[in-house]
Every structure is written in structure tokens, then in C-alpha cells.
Design a protein around this ligand. Sequence first.
Ligand SMILES: Cc1ncc(C[n+]2csc(CCO)c2C)c(N)n1
Length: 221
Amino acid sequence: MLKTSDLISSCQNDWDAYTRHRFVCELGNGTLPEGAFRHYLQQDYLFLTHFARAYALAIYKCDNFADMRYPLTSLQGTLDTEITLHIDFCKKWGLTETDMMAIPEATGTVAYTRLVLDAGQSGSLVELYAAMAPCAIGYADIGQWLINKSDTVFDGNPYREWIDMYGNDEMQEAGNNCAAQLDAMMRDIPKDSAAANRIKKIFRDAVRMEIAFWEQGYQDA
Ligand SMILES: Cc1ncc(C[n+]2csc(CCO)c2C)c(N)n1
């Protein structure tokens, strides 16, 4: 039966390009140009707005109370942890929340978020989760990798809070829960079925969007 690990291995090159991207390495050793990080943060604020809507859409698509708990908890995590940290970060970098709301969405932000929302609107709940999974699983993987990487700089790294947030236990748990939820939903889908191929394509497209999201930080800064 189809598993999250199959989705990753079916696009391993793209997965590695996403989770080991130059942007990630430069965050880790503190050499990322400030403009690239500022641009990323601004766009990520807008990204998270739509990602929160996608969790709300997942709640809408659930047909029982028990299933609603997973997207509800994730939505709360996004609002309470990630968005709060972004707002604090932005203040530190001289941007208010009003400034951030007024910034136009970059094309990569529009492309990624609308791809996720379209997967949910036009597809099933499992397809929506497949589009959302690279986000939580990938960032947990990145956070843990950076925390353990020998050349990661902690003291004096301007991006340290970012590393600490994505490397902490709560994020690891969020990544594991996301994979477990997806595994449970794909339990009855045979590996080489048409349904499996559709899910693999959605997952891979979202991974490609994550790569483009890192890239746009450099291009538009
Ligand atoms: C482009 C982009 N991709 C992934 C994340 C990480 N992230 C967003 S929502 C969420 C789930 C738990 O809150 C996680 C881990 C990000 N911030 N920006």
C-alpha cells in the first residue's frame, strides 16, 4: 500500500534539491544575504495565510469530528507558532505586520499556495494532504539536519531562531504526525494504481514549488 516514504522516493532528486537547497545551507552557516531572507520572510507570511486556509479547507472536507482534529491542531500550530515567530522576526528586521500584509505576492507564492488550494478544492482530502505534506515533513527534516550539521553556526547567526524553531521537538512531532496521517489515509491505495500516481504527482509538484520558493528569495531580493 502507498506510504509517505514512497512519495518521497518517487521524487528523490527533487526532494533532495528542496531539503538540501543552497538557501538552507546558507541559513545554517549564517551566510545567506539579508535581502534574500527578508524577501523569504515577507513571502512566507503570505504563504502561511493561504496555508492556514488550506487547513481550514481540510476541516471542511472531513466528514466526522475525529478526523477534524488533525487539521484543527495543525491550523492552531501554524497560527500560534509559525506566524507568531514570523511577526516577531519581521519586527526585528524592521517590518510591521501591516507592512507585510501590503506586500504583493510574488509569482512563486501565488503558484505554490494556489496549487495546494486547488488540489483540495478539485480533489479528495488525501490529495489535499499530499499537496500539504512536503511543507511540514520537509521543514522538520531541514530543521533536524541543520541542528546536527557540523558546519551549522549557532553563536552570532542572525537566522538562529529560524533554525531553532524548525529543529525543535514540536516541529519534529508535526512532521511525524503529518506523515502518519497521510500513511493512514493512503492505507487502501495500491502502490501502482491510478490514484497512487495522481497522489505522487501532486506531492512532487508541491516539492517543486518548495524549490522555487527558496529560489525566489535570491531572484527577487
Ligand atoms: C514555503 C514554506 N514551506 C513550509 C513551511 C513550514 N510550515 C508551514 S505550515 C507548517 C505546518 C505546521 O505549522 C510548516 C512546518 C513554511 N513556513 N514555508
